[in-house]
Design a protein around this ligand. Sequence first.
Ligand SMILES: Nc1ncnc2c1ncn2[C@@H]1O[C@H](COP(=O)(O)OP(=O)(O)O)[C@@H](O)[C@H]1O
Ligand SMILES: [Mg+2]
Length: 391
Amino acid sequence: MDVSPEAMGGRPGSRSSTFLIASGKSSLPSRRRLAGYALAVALAPLLTLVLVILRGQLNLTTDVLAFLVAVTAVALLGGLGPAVLEAIAGSLLLNFYFTPPMHRFAIAEANTAAALVTFIVVAVVVSLLGDREARRTRQAAAAIAAAEAARPIAEADRTRAALLATVSHDLRTPLAAAKVAIRCLRSRDIQLTAADHGDLLATTDESLDQLTHLVASLLDMSRLQAGAMPVFPRPANLEEIIARSLRDIGPQARAVKLSISPDLPQVMADPPIMERVIANVTANALRFSPDRSPVLLVATARGERIELRVVDRGPGVPLGDRDRMFSPFQRLDDTGTTSGVGLGLAVSRSLTEAMRGTLEPEETPGGGLTMAISLPARPRPAPAYPGSPGA
Ligand SMILES: Nc1ncnc2c1ncn2[C@@H]1O[C@H](COP(=O)(O)OP(=O)(O)O)[C@@H](O)[C@H]1O
Ligand SMILES: [Mg+2]
């Protein structure tokens, strides 16, 4: 990724001008600068006290080096200002307590003066380097933050590109098929038999069905994402809902077998929405079922919930792919043109959750996929107590 100095919180300009700006104004947070001043103020007298106590054992070089360590520590914590303060205080204290003539602000030897000047120069250089290091660290942190902030955008871009590719392919394929079929039907140059006519009309019909399905899924998805899909769960008869969903699926649904508990309570569901969920999941199961192996719909009551399992004996879905199959526009290995665009399960799960239900994949014992839909059962009426009205 391209990160400009401006983006990193720096300013445009050459390295040296950046350095000058850095040295002019500390890049450390003010909390650290304050802590640096506090350390400088505390350290100078403390160090002097320790060095005065140890005066017999140490010479001037050790005293100067000890102050240099103090200045370095202050520079690293608080940057230039506190370090210069510490350097000035250090040079005055060294001058007063440790260089001859003692206990006067005066320097007797040129050598000592040179040592003190060197001390101040080193202090300033160390603090400038510390300051620059802090600035670099901050710039690096800003660059990392910028990269982190850009990541979701990059991911969204990739998803959108994949989405556009899928949708445009899936829209164009049936459109092109229908267009070609209709052009043939209208053409005067082509001699068509009655069977050709039938085939071309069937192709057109199938393509338009595919388009209808795709547009409906896209509309559902965008309504769900915009929070504009009203869902009204109410007591409903699951068996009737299943019957209507199978009718929606068409002749293929003949391969579906039902097993519904005889005294199944009513389910709290929005019937037209529940119908779509069952139709989506059952259509998938039929698509993946091997020939002559029926898809089973099993409805049972468990506690306060109603569970509907759509059981197939197809190839199943590996554990690692089971989350991915519920993401919009995700199809696993099958990318044939006759199937959907990978929206069915994403829409179905959102719709089920909007009805306070769950949609979870399970392994069919012996191989295959089972989709388990769980919804609240109609609440049982409160027991009537003796003396209460109606008892
Ligand atoms: N019963 C099933 N058995 C095996 N794989 C399935 C089953 N149902 C769904 N899948 C996988 O999950 C993917 C997503 O399903 P879905 O969202 O309904 O999309 P679509 O049906 O449009 O492909 C399918 O493409 C398929 O790979
Ligand atoms: Mg599907």
